[in-house]
Design a binder for this molecule. Structure first.
Ligand SMILES: N[C@@H](CCC(=O)N[C@@H](CS)C(=O)NCC(=O)O)C(=O)O
Length: 203
Protein backbone atom coordinates (compact mmCIF):
# COMPACT_ATOMS: atom_id res chain seq x y z
CA UNK A 1 0.00 0.00 0.00
CA UNK A 2 1.36 3.43 -0.98
CA UNK A 3 2.63 5.46 1.97
CA UNK A 4 3.10 9.22 2.04
CA UNK A 5 4.26 11.58 4.74
CA UNK A 6 3.43 15.26 4.27
CA UNK A 7 5.37 17.89 6.23
CA UNK A 8 7.54 20.94 5.78
CA UNK A 9 11.18 20.75 4.70
CA UNK A 10 12.08 20.84 8.37
CA UNK A 11 12.82 18.32 11.12
CA UNK A 12 10.08 19.71 13.42
CA UNK A 13 7.45 17.13 14.34
CA UNK A 14 8.16 14.78 11.43
CA UNK A 15 11.81 13.82 11.60
CA UNK A 16 11.25 11.05 14.15
CA UNK A 17 8.59 9.59 11.81
CA UNK A 18 10.99 9.78 8.87
CA UNK A 19 13.70 8.11 10.96
CA UNK A 20 11.37 5.28 12.02
CA UNK A 21 10.24 4.70 8.43
CA UNK A 22 13.81 4.67 7.14
CA UNK A 23 15.00 2.43 9.97
CA UNK A 24 12.15 0.05 9.24
CA UNK A 25 13.06 -0.02 5.54
CA UNK A 26 9.59 1.28 4.65
CA UNK A 27 9.13 2.80 1.22
CA UNK A 28 7.25 6.08 1.43
CA UNK A 29 6.86 9.31 -0.43
CA UNK A 30 8.44 12.07 1.63
CA UNK A 31 6.31 15.03 0.55
CA UNK A 32 7.77 18.36 1.69
CA UNK A 33 6.38 21.89 1.62
CA UNK A 34 8.36 25.08 1.75
CA UNK A 35 7.68 26.79 5.07
CA UNK A 36 8.13 30.20 3.45
CA UNK A 37 5.27 29.54 1.00
CA UNK A 38 2.92 28.39 3.78
CA UNK A 39 -0.05 28.49 4.03
CA UNK A 40 -0.62 26.84 0.65
CA UNK A 41 -4.41 27.10 0.63
CA UNK A 42 -4.94 24.21 -1.80
CA UNK A 43 -3.06 21.92 0.63
CA UNK A 44 -4.12 23.38 3.99
CA UNK A 45 -7.80 23.18 3.07
CA UNK A 46 -7.49 19.43 2.50
CA UNK A 47 -5.86 18.74 5.90
CA UNK A 48 -8.31 17.37 8.50
CA UNK A 49 -7.14 19.85 11.17
CA UNK A 50 -5.35 22.27 8.85
CA UNK A 51 -1.93 21.16 10.08
CA UNK A 52 1.01 18.94 9.23
CA UNK A 53 2.30 16.27 9.54
CA UNK A 54 -0.21 14.11 7.70
CA UNK A 55 0.37 10.44 6.94
CA UNK A 56 -1.35 8.54 4.16
CA UNK A 57 -1.54 4.80 3.70
CA UNK A 58 -3.60 3.72 0.73
CA UNK A 59 -6.84 5.68 1.08
CA UNK A 60 -6.49 6.22 4.85
CA UNK A 61 -5.07 9.36 6.46
CA UNK A 62 -3.77 10.05 9.94
CA UNK A 63 -2.82 13.36 11.55
CA UNK A 64 -1.08 14.10 14.88
CA UNK A 65 2.65 13.42 14.83
CA UNK A 66 2.64 11.11 17.87
CA UNK A 67 -0.21 8.99 16.54
CA UNK A 68 1.67 8.64 13.26
CA UNK A 69 5.00 7.85 14.92
CA UNK A 70 3.37 5.24 17.19
CA UNK A 71 1.55 3.64 14.27
CA UNK A 72 4.55 3.36 11.96
CA UNK A 73 6.66 2.18 14.92
CA UNK A 74 4.19 -0.65 15.57
CA UNK A 75 4.69 -1.83 11.99
CA UNK A 76 8.44 -2.12 12.41
CA UNK A 77 8.49 -3.65 15.93
CA UNK A 78 9.40 -0.47 17.81
CA UNK A 79 6.31 -0.63 20.03
CA UNK A 80 6.29 -3.13 22.91
CA UNK A 81 3.36 -5.56 23.06
CA UNK A 82 2.87 -5.29 26.82
CA UNK A 83 0.16 -2.67 27.62
CA UNK A 84 2.02 -1.38 30.69
CA UNK A 85 5.23 -0.88 28.71
CA UNK A 86 3.23 0.84 25.98
CA UNK A 87 1.66 3.19 28.54
CA UNK A 88 5.03 4.00 30.11
CA UNK A 89 6.37 4.94 26.67
CA UNK A 90 3.23 6.96 25.92
CA UNK A 91 3.88 8.93 29.11
CA UNK A 92 7.48 9.47 28.06
CA UNK A 93 6.58 10.84 24.64
CA UNK A 94 4.03 13.19 26.25
CA UNK A 95 6.77 14.36 28.63
CA UNK A 96 8.99 14.99 25.61
CA UNK A 97 6.17 16.97 23.98
CA UNK A 98 5.69 18.97 27.20
CA UNK A 99 9.28 20.10 26.68
CA UNK A 100 8.47 20.86 23.02
CA UNK A 101 5.64 23.08 24.32
CA UNK A 102 8.30 25.38 25.80
CA UNK A 103 10.01 25.60 22.40
CA UNK A 104 6.66 26.45 20.80
CA UNK A 105 6.28 29.46 23.10
CA UNK A 106 9.69 30.62 21.84
CA UNK A 107 8.77 30.00 18.19
CA UNK A 108 5.47 31.85 18.46
CA UNK A 109 6.92 34.98 20.12
CA UNK A 110 7.58 37.72 17.56
CA UNK A 111 9.15 40.32 19.83
CA UNK A 112 12.95 39.89 19.67
CA UNK A 113 13.63 40.96 23.29
CA UNK A 114 10.89 38.71 24.69
CA UNK A 115 12.15 35.87 22.50
CA UNK A 116 15.60 36.21 24.05
CA UNK A 117 14.13 36.06 27.58
CA UNK A 118 12.17 32.91 26.69
CA UNK A 119 15.26 31.32 25.13
CA UNK A 120 17.28 31.98 28.29
CA UNK A 121 14.52 30.52 30.45
CA UNK A 122 14.41 27.38 28.28
CA UNK A 123 18.18 26.91 28.29
CA UNK A 124 18.64 27.70 31.99
CA UNK A 125 15.56 26.00 33.41
CA UNK A 126 13.38 23.88 31.12
CA UNK A 127 16.21 21.95 29.50
CA UNK A 128 17.56 20.93 32.85
CA UNK A 129 14.14 20.10 34.29
CA UNK A 130 13.28 17.75 31.43
CA UNK A 131 16.68 16.48 30.35
CA UNK A 132 17.90 15.53 33.83
CA UNK A 133 14.80 13.32 33.98
CA UNK A 134 15.26 11.89 30.47
CA UNK A 135 18.91 11.22 31.33
CA UNK A 136 17.91 9.32 34.49
CA UNK A 137 15.26 7.23 32.67
CA UNK A 138 17.71 6.30 29.92
CA UNK A 139 20.57 5.56 32.29
CA UNK A 140 18.51 3.13 34.34
CA UNK A 141 17.22 1.40 31.19
CA UNK A 142 20.42 0.52 29.33
CA UNK A 143 20.45 3.75 27.33
CA UNK A 144 16.89 3.40 25.96
CA UNK A 145 13.55 4.36 27.49
CA UNK A 146 12.35 0.76 27.48
CA UNK A 147 15.59 -1.18 27.92
CA UNK A 148 15.81 -1.61 24.15
CA UNK A 149 15.17 0.54 21.09
CA UNK A 150 11.58 1.83 20.87
CA UNK A 151 9.65 4.64 19.21
CA UNK A 152 10.07 6.89 22.28
CA UNK A 153 13.83 6.99 21.63
CA UNK A 154 13.17 8.26 18.10
CA UNK A 155 10.72 10.87 19.36
CA UNK A 156 13.30 12.24 21.80
CA UNK A 157 15.97 12.49 19.13
CA UNK A 158 13.57 14.20 16.69
CA UNK A 159 12.64 16.79 19.30
CA UNK A 160 16.27 17.36 20.36
CA UNK A 161 17.24 18.04 16.75
CA UNK A 162 14.27 20.36 16.19
CA UNK A 163 14.89 22.28 19.41
CA UNK A 164 18.54 22.66 18.41
CA UNK A 165 17.54 24.05 15.02
CA UNK A 166 15.25 26.67 16.56
CA UNK A 167 17.45 27.60 19.52
CA UNK A 168 20.79 27.32 17.71
CA UNK A 169 22.17 25.14 20.51
CA UNK A 170 23.05 21.55 21.34
CA UNK A 171 20.79 20.96 24.29
CA UNK A 172 21.86 17.34 24.70
CA UNK A 173 25.55 18.01 25.28
CA UNK A 174 25.42 18.05 29.11
CA UNK A 175 23.48 14.78 29.23
CA UNK A 176 25.81 11.92 28.24
CA UNK A 177 23.17 9.20 27.95
CA UNK A 178 20.88 11.43 25.87
CA UNK A 179 23.87 12.38 23.72
CA UNK A 180 24.76 8.71 23.24
CA UNK A 181 21.16 7.95 22.23
CA UNK A 182 21.17 10.77 19.67
CA UNK A 183 24.37 9.34 18.19
CA UNK A 184 22.98 5.79 18.25
CA UNK A 185 19.80 6.77 16.37
CA UNK A 186 21.71 8.83 13.82
CA UNK A 187 23.89 5.85 12.94
CA UNK A 188 21.16 3.21 12.73
CA UNK A 189 20.89 1.41 9.39
CA UNK A 190 18.49 3.32 7.14
CA UNK A 191 18.68 6.46 9.27
CA UNK A 192 22.39 6.94 8.60
CA UNK A 193 21.92 6.76 4.82
CA UNK A 194 18.91 9.08 4.99
CA UNK A 195 20.87 11.69 6.98
CA UNK A 196 23.77 11.48 4.54
CA UNK A 197 21.52 12.43 1.61
CA UNK A 198 19.16 14.85 3.41
CA UNK A 199 19.23 18.48 2.29
CA UNK A 200 20.16 20.80 5.20
CA UNK A 201 17.39 22.51 7.14
CA UNK A 202 17.27 26.25 7.53
CA UNK A 203 14.70 28.51 9.17
N1 LIG B 1 -0.35 18.37 17.69
C1 LIG B 1 -0.03 18.41 16.29
C2 LIG B 1 0.57 19.78 15.99
C3 LIG B 1 0.72 20.00 14.51
C4 LIG B 1 1.33 21.35 14.23
O1 LIG B 1 1.43 22.23 15.10
N2 LIG B 1 1.75 21.52 12.97
C5 LIG B 1 2.36 22.75 12.55
C6 LIG B 1 3.81 22.51 12.13
S1 LIG B 1 4.77 21.80 13.41
C7 LIG B 1 1.63 23.30 11.33
O2 LIG B 1 1.07 22.55 10.55
N3 LIG B 1 1.70 24.62 11.17
C8 LIG B 1 1.15 25.27 10.02
C9 LIG B 1 -0.26 25.72 10.21
O3 LIG B 1 -0.83 25.62 11.32
O4 LIG B 1 -0.84 26.23 9.23
C10 LIG B 1 0.96 17.28 15.94
O5 LIG B 1 1.68 16.83 16.84
O6 LIG B 1 0.98 16.82 14.79
Amino acid sequence: MAKKLHYFHLNGLAESIRYILHYGGQKFEDVRYDLKSWPIKSVKDTLPYGQLPLYEEGNKTLNQSLAIARYVAAQVHLLPTDPWEQAVLDAIVFNIYDFWGKILVFIKENDAAKKEVIKKEIINESVDFFFSRFEKELKTNKGFFNGKLSWADFVLVGIVESANLFLGTEIEKKYPTVLALVQKIRTLPGVKEYIATRKPYAL
